[in-house]
Write a protein that binds this ligand. Structure first.
Ligand code: FAD
Length: 470
């Protein structure tokens, strides 16, 4: 058995045998086989290839944002041959994908999250995944043939442009980029940033959110989504933003302006005023993908943590690190936290499969908040165990930390989801108040019935304040 796959004291327990019991009944035999293939592909092909990818993108900024590492194309060919392609498009909503459920893909995405190259190698990388879902779900036939087909075949890449530097973009009603009708065209003016993927020389299409009707009294009808080819005159990429110092090349995060950018009216997706609906539809399953990849990243951090604890050359104060109880405590906590987070994500995926993203809003928001924080905690513990090596380029941990930190911001910051969850949870408050009051009242009646006199009146505990005499 390959050492690259060994994951237990006794050898290798394949990914399909490690599916949590709660999820197993929902996973088909075909998905189990594919899951094992994904694990093997990631561990044996993609993770070793990450080192080549990092070197092939070059040194200078110019090189890094114009390169297309050949190792990635080789991985893509291998993945296609193995049938590991477009795994993400859920079978109950799209005919274009590989035919798996959100849950089944969620299990696979965990492994993809362990490598820099695996998601793109299997054509499951953000933001293309969400963009393909938008085109498959809301695009017309012409839009699908022009942009969805080459995205599905991995020939081009795409970017999703919503966030703007001059407004608080976590509230999408603030978006200002103007999309104005002019004859048979639309003309776009405005600025975008954090346009992920715009640095890649293969990024050919921007899916842009802007306003066609900024004064509409219904504020969720002001926005529209339109398709803009990357080389349309009037588009300027000013710079690539870094993430805690990392440039994420060649993918990159662009700061882009639109100056009288003219596209045919037929590039409008779904129709004017439907933008909000589209971005809402785009984000649900995508959040699950991010979350599951983050579970995989946390699992990888734990593997690196365990490797350091068992490194015989590192013996602070005369003992290997695994002999120090504090480290075992951290290992145990990490195991618990990863396993708990995984169950939450799988539960959310099952809920989406049973209904749709709208029907799983609570579960999606829960994992959107919980998983990135869990991931950062585990990576932080691993970094600590490596000492100085943990924060430099000698382990993958520092970059994983930077990437993991962005997950508390992307697709809406924590606070937005927390507030929504808090508000919805609080809606149950009046019902609980009434129920607790009724229980206390019944307790008082029972006390009377049993002839029990008590010193401290129960009404002191009553929350509604309308006391009754014993
Ligand atoms: C690596 C990375 C990749 C990204 N990729 C893309 C992309 O491809 N396309 C794209 O369009 N955008 C992308 N983004 C942008 C991301 O979605 C936004 O940064 C995010 O939605 C927050 O918007 P903002 O930056 O305008 O911050 P703001 O909206 O100004 O929010 C700033 C802070 O205010 C606080 N806040 C916000 N709302 C509330 C609230 N209701 N209650 C309390 N506090 C609140 C939060 O702490 C929040 O972090 C990316 C960002 C990063 C870091």
């Amino acid at each position: 058995m390959s050492a690259l796959l060994k994951n237990s004291q006794n050898g290798h327990l394949p990914a399909s045998a490690r599916i949590p019991a709660i999820a197993r009944p929902f996973v088909s035999d075909r998905a189990m086989k594919t899951l094992d293939l994904v694990e093997k592909f990631v561990e044996e092909e993609c993770i070793p290839a990450d080192a080549v990818f990092q070197r092939q993108i070059g040194e200078t900024t110019e090189e890094r944002f114009s390169s297309h590492p050949s190792v990635l194309e080789d991985l893509k060919s291998k993945a296609k041959k193995l049938g590991l392609w477009n795994l993400f498009l859920p079978k109950n909503h799209f005919k274009e994908g590989a035919g798996f459920s959100n849950l089944e893909y969620g299990l696979m995405a965990e492994y993809l999250g362990k490598s820099m190259t695996a998601s793109e190698a299997t054509n499951c990388a953000a933001p293309d995944t969400g963009n393909m879902e938008v085109l498959a779900k809301y695009g017309n036939e012409a839009q699908k043939r022009k942009w969805l087909d080459p995205l599905l075949s991995g020939d081009i890449r795409s970017a999703f442009l919503m966030t703007e530097p001059q407004v608080a973009s976590s509230d999408a009603t603030n978006i200002e980029l103007l999309i104005q009708r002019d004859g048979n065209d639309y003309v776009l003016n405005g600025e975008k940033w954090w346009s992920s993927g715009a640095g890649d020389p293969r990024c050919k299409i921007y899916i842009v959110l802007g306003k066609t009707d900024p004064y509409n009294k219904e504020k969720y009808k002001q926005q529209s989504v339109i398709l803009v080819p990357h080389d349309t005159p009037g588009i300027t990429i000013h710079r690539m933003l870094s993430v805690l110092g990392y440039d994420d090349a060649p993918h990159g995060h662009g700061h882009i302006s639109f100056n009288n950018v003219r596209v045919p009216a037929s590039n409008m997706v779904l129709g004017e005023g439907r933008g909000f609906e589209i971005i809402q539809g785009r984000l649900g399953p995508g959040r699950i993908h991010h979350a599951m990849r983050s579970v995989g990243a946390a699992e990888k951090a734990l593997e690196w943590f365990l490797a350091r604890l068992n490194d015989p050359s590192k013996t602070p104060f005369g003992e290997q690190l695994h002999k120090h109880g504090i480290m075992l405590d951290r290992i145990a906590r990490s195991r618990i936290e990863i396993d708990a987070a995984r169950l939450m994500v799988l539960n959310a995926a099952i809920k989406i499969d049973e209904s749709n993203a709208k029907g799983a809003l609570k579960e999606i928001a829960e994992v959107k908040v919980l998983v990135p924080t869990m991931n950062l905690t585990i990576i932080d513990r691993a970094i600590q165990a490596y000492g100085g090596a943990g924060v430099c380029q000698d382990t993958p941990l520092a970059y994983m930390y930077a990437l993991g930190r962005t997950m508390r911001l992307v697709d809406g910051p924590d606070e937005v989801h927390i507030l929504q969850l808090g508000k919805n949870e609080n809606k149950r408050g009046p019902a609980h108040l009434a129920r607790i009051d009724a229980q206390i009242k019944k307790g008082e009646e029972l006390l009377k019935q049993y002839g029990i006199k008590i010193k401290d009146p129960l009404q002191l505990n009553r929350v509604s304040g309308n006391s009754s005499k014993l």
